[in-house]
Design a protein around this ligand. Structure first.
Ligand SMILES: [Zn+2]
Ligand SMILES: [Zn+2]
Length: 106
């Protein structure tokens, strides 16, 4: 058990692990074909990499308690695309659940 991790250190630990590169390998819905199947974007001034939970379904409250091994660095573009892909999946799931309820009612 270590002491509390300073947020900046946590950020750096995650970014260091991905060598300063976006760690997306298609989770955002793009194939990243031109860069060998993985996004090769680096953080740059004004557009730093974002540190986000590995599991896009993680709630912000849960995310605040995650360690560096449960976080991943993504570029802004991949983070936004991955979040909207997750939202679509979630909506599709809710639709399915609603249908299941409807079927069980009738
Ligand atoms: Zn990316
Ligand atoms: Zn991507």
């Amino acid at each position: 058990m270590g002491g509390p991790i300073v947020l900046a250190e946590l950020y750096r630990a995650v970014i260091d692990r991905t060598k300063g590169m976006c760690a997306c390998t298609g989770q955002c819905g793009q194939t990243h074909k031109t860069s060998g199947g993985a996004c090769d974007r680096r953080g740059r001034y004004g557009h730093p990499l974002l540190v986000v939970p590995v599991d896009p379904a993680t709630s912000p409250v849960e995310a605040a308690a995650l360690g560096p091994e449960e976080l991943v660095a993504l570029c802004g573009g991949c983070a936004v695309r991955r979040a909207s892909a997750q939202k679509k999946r979630r909506e599709a799931e809710l639709d399915e659940q609603a249908e299941a309820v409807a079927i069980s009612l009738f």
